[in-house]
Design a protein around this ligand. Structure first.
Ligand code: APR
Length: 240
């Protein structure tokens, strides 16, 4: 039984909560409908901030109507059970939604940022932001307008908490990727790092990810079914 588990989640874990994924084999993901180079880069924000902010406003409104699904709930249960045994779960997500937290996960590392937060491009202050964001909004910290942006990591920007993530990978026994296509680095490279550190690796996904060959174990199917079943195998029967 692994003591310390490292889990990486992606858009697929929130798909059954009604939040679109970015890429899928049917070519119907978010990036098939919207151009990421026009909506998710710092250059795009400098060029056309209204369009970028409107895109994230839409996603923030969608998030408001979404609810955690059985996969999110099972991961919160796993965190709780492991903690009771003095073992650890490191939950790193590429998702900018708050469904892991709403499901009860106490510690979530958002390596690509959080949609329900805004950051000032001038003073870097980060704060909770639940409503639409426009260029007219003034940063409550530095008082300047037009620099507030969603606290998300855009293409070409450095992900967050990379030192913490690397340390947790080194200290874990098992690496599990859930609902991610393995198309975007550095997250797509974690499985190779995990192997280099001697961790066992498992993929839980609807379809094989681009880096599927790097996993020791593969469980294909919808996250809302596969994740609770996997968690039950790990902690079911234990005195939770
Ligand atoms: N259950 C499990 N897996 C699913 C489900 C589901 N119900 N639905 C889709 N998937 C899988 C798809 O098969 C795909 O492999 O989830 C994966 C989603 O892949 P992407 O859309 O590429 O999402 P992700 O890997 O999280 O993207 C990484 O790319 O666009 C950027 O910053 C964005 O964080 C994102 C990053």
């Amino acid at each position: 039984m692994p003591q310390n588990i490292f889990i990486l989640t992606g858009a697929g874990v929130s798909a059954e909560s009604g939040l679109g994924t970015f890429r899928d084999k049917q070519g119907e993901g978010i990036w098939a409908k919207f151009d990421p180079m026009k909506l998710a880069t710092p250059e795009a924000f400098a060029r056309d901030p209204e369009a970028v902010l409107a895109f994230y406003d839409l996603r923030r409104r969608n998030l408001r109507d979404a609810k955690p699904n059985a996969a999110h709930l099972a991961l919160a249960r796993l965190e709780d059970s492991l903690a009771k045994r003095g073992e650890t779960l490191t939950l790193v997500t590429q998702n900018i939604d708050d469904l892991h937290e709403r499901a009860g996960s106490a510690s979530v590392i958002h390596m690509h940022g959080e949609l329900l937060k805004a950051r000032c491009g001038r003073c870097e202050a980060v704060r909770s932001w639940l409503d639409d964001l426009t260029v007219a909004h003034i940063c409550p910290n530095c008082g300047r307008a037009g620099a507030l942006r969603p606290h998300v990591v855009w293409f070409g920007e450095m992900p967050l908490a990379m030192d913490l993530i690397d340390r947790a990978l080194r200290e874990s026994d098992l690496f599990v990727a859930i609902g991610t296509s393995g198309a975007v680095y550095p997250a797509a490279g974690f499985v190779a790092e995990a192997r280099a550190y001697g961790l066992r690796t498992c993929e839980i996904n609807l379809e094989a990810a681009d880096n599927a060959r790097l996993f020791d174990e593969q469980r294909l199917g919808p996250a809302s079914e596969m994740v609770p079943a996997w968690v039950e195998e790990l902690v079911g029967g234990s005195t939770e």
